[in-house]
Design a protein around this ligand. Structure first.
Ligand code: ADP
Ligand code: MG
Ligand code: ZN
Length: 203
């Protein structure tokens, strides 16, 4: 680095922008919006998502409201780094909570290399507990957008994802995959979010 000439640095520094919140809060919508704008600006953008998430279409990132853009599917976080090396000005990553913990270092390395990283994911699981890799990405991010959804019970701003199994709230210790169960998720506020079996701290 040249001393005394700090302004003569042509490239913009990299940065990490985290977009978090519960299900249906518009994380993917916001990611798509930022990707479209970066492309309008003539930047090279690559969009990644974990191969585990096949709810809608396989090679696209899709929002619940219908917006979609093409995405590259990867199974491990390091593949994001390998695939985008030298090829992208902007790297967008959706559903970060489904990636392995290396996603944290991958985002950091990209940003150190001058890349703008837009990373979206659930901040908490159905129990209201942090997704550790998303929590870490939020901590090292340069900018964090925390979105809320609308509570499907009372209409208040919702910050939690409610897991429902066969019509009733999932218990704290229910297995992540329940064979044969009819499962769904709802956005709920803190008051309406219920997790039977979750113990409050007693004083
Ligand atoms: P996320 O990626 O955070 O799950 P999406 O971007 O896929 O969210 O979807 C956001 C869209 O979901 C909203 O614009 C709205 O049309 C729709 N939606 C459905 N249910 C809700 C809800 N309970 N609260 C807010 N938006 C909802
Ligand atoms: Mg989403
Ligand atoms: Zn509510």
């Amino acid at each position: 680095m040249k001393r005394g000439n700090a302004l003569a640095k042509p490239e913009a520094p990299g940065r990490i922008e985290a977009i978090v919140g519960p299900m249906y809060s518009g994380k993917t919508e916001e990611l798509i919006r930022r990707v479209r704008r970066a492309r309008i600006a003539g930047l090279e953008v690559q969009v990644f998502k974990p191969a585990i998430d096949d709810r809608y279409s396989v090679r696209q990132v899709s929002s619940h409201a219908g917006g979609r853009i093409d995405a590259i599917l990867v199974t491990r976080a390091v593949e994001v780094l390998r695939t985008s090396a030298g090829a992208a000005d902007v790297v967008a990553i959706d559903e970060a909570q489904f990636f392995d913990e290396a996603i944290v270092r991958v985002c950091d390395t990209l940003a150190e290399n001058g890349v703008r990283v837009i990373v979206a994911g659930l901040d908490t699981d159905f129990r209201g507990e942090p997704f550790i890799q998303v929590a870490k990405v939020m901590a090292i991010a340069d900018h964090v957008t925390k979105l809320d959804a609308v509570c499907e019970v009372c209409g208040a701003p919702a910050t939690r994802s409610q897991r429902i199994i066969n019509g009733v709230p999932a218990r704290f210790d229910d297995p992540i995959v329940l064979v044969g169960a009819k499962e769904s998720y709802q956005a709920r506020c803190r008051r309406c979010h219920v997790v039977p079996g979750k113990e409050a701290l007693s004083v």
